[in-house]
Ligand binder design. Sequence first.
Ligand SMILES: *[C@@H]1O[C@H](CO)[C@@H](O)[C@H](O)[C@H]1NC(C)=O
Ligand SMILES: *[C@@H]1O[C@H](CO)[C@@H](O)[C@H](O)[C@H]1NC(C)=O
Length: 491
Amino acid sequence: MVNTVVVLAACGLLAATLVDQAWSANGPVIQQCPSHGDIQPCVCTVKKNGGLDILCEFTDLQHISSTMAVLKGKPSLVIFYLKLRHNNLPKLQGFVFLGMDIRHLTIHNSTLAVVEESSLSSIGKALTQLDLSQNSLVNVPTPALKSLDRLLIFNLNHNKINLIHANAFEGMSTLEILTLYENRLTSIERNAFAGTEKKLKRLNIGGNELSQVPTEALQTMDNLKKLEIQENKITSIREGDFIGLKTLDMLILAHNYIKEIPAKVFQNLPMLNSLELDGNQISYIDKDAFLGLEENLQYLRLGDNNLHSIPSDSLRRLHRLRHLDLKANNISFIAEDAFTGFGDSITFLNLQKNDIKTLPMMAFENLNSLEIFNLQNNKLTRVPEEALEAIVDTATVIDIMDNPLICDCELRWYRDWLKELRHKDDDDIIQKKHILCLMESEHREYSVLNLPVDRMNCVGKKYQSSANGIGEAQVLSRLLMVSVFVVHRFK
Ligand SMILES: *[C@@H]1O[C@H](CO)[C@@H](O)[C@H](O)[C@H]1NC(C)=O
Ligand SMILES: *[C@@H]1O[C@H](CO)[C@@H](O)[C@H](O)[C@H]1NC(C)=O
């Protein structure tokens, strides 16, 4: 969440800066802070761009009102930031900012519960950013918002809003980002976002109590790019739930209670690039679950669920997939055809914290774009080169840490691969962590980088598996492959 907030803030700054600069071209107004004594306990500083930044903290309505009275007496002031934080300010009174030119207004953690209609409407012509986060609002103060027709970003995070009624944001026709993270929303009425359809690009309704996707409220949002519904109480998603969101690029449904992904549930999202479903209870994914996402889906997060195998049948149609995260599921088995049909575009594959005991010989063969492969924390005792042969040339990370590896001659290839990586100066990428294996005869562990090869009886076992009996022809062809591989590496 912190990241989102930072990103939001950064976007806001950017958007606001553009507007502010255009406006300050109007005339050479030299901004000067009022004298300190006149506005205390508030403090004023002049921003680099010439506007004022006024901060009032740990005070009350009376002090804030008298500061505002001083500022109102100087009608040419351009206040870029008015920040009221950690105050006791249960009610924002009408006309409190009348006549002031405020671009960004923050009233944060200030017990705010009532926003009178004419408190904000009087600054609507200049306001581009409004932050009312962490207060005591139980509903959206619609009448006060109606004339904020320059607003780009509206933050209502951390309040106590339990319902968004129809037309709650009516009149906010320029709004691009709306966040309602961590309120108490149990329901969102149809037409709740009416009036914002043309410009709204990001909507965050995460951290609430929604038990289903508010389809009726969302279906007219045909310019929405990013929708966050994480950390709610959604137990199921159904075909039609995302109807109308035809430009959606990113959908976050993480940390809900979803148990299965039915057929066609995302088919109305042709532009979707990134889908986050981690931290649910998903144990079943229909083979047509991702129907409609073929052309654009690149990022898919399914970590921390209940999958028992790689859901290959549903993934095969995703021929653009680059990033597949299946960490912390209950995958114990990888089928030989697990990545057939969609694997060759994958650059990032995370299988850490599963229950994988063996690596199949052919399954990774077509992962020929793979860069990062995480197998940490599984039950692997062996990592035969044959299984990973196809990816060693492109991969920069093959992480097998925290597996019960046996020190075996066949691990030599991995040791050499790690060492070579080191020579490439890729110090950042190399796992500095220790990958350990168990030397059974000595009942002790060694770092794979320091395999005690001299005591492993590897003589004559040239990079070949010691475990299974293999035919001579196979040994020969494998030796051939190894030599090609070695030549390639040392040329
Ligand atoms: C909220 O403001 C109060 C003062 O009104 C302060 O004591 C408290 O620490 C603030 N909480 C946060 C999370 O900043
Ligand atoms: C993981 O899968 C095995 C069977 O493959 C099952 O016995 C076990 O209960 C599962 N664990 C969880 C946490 O679902």
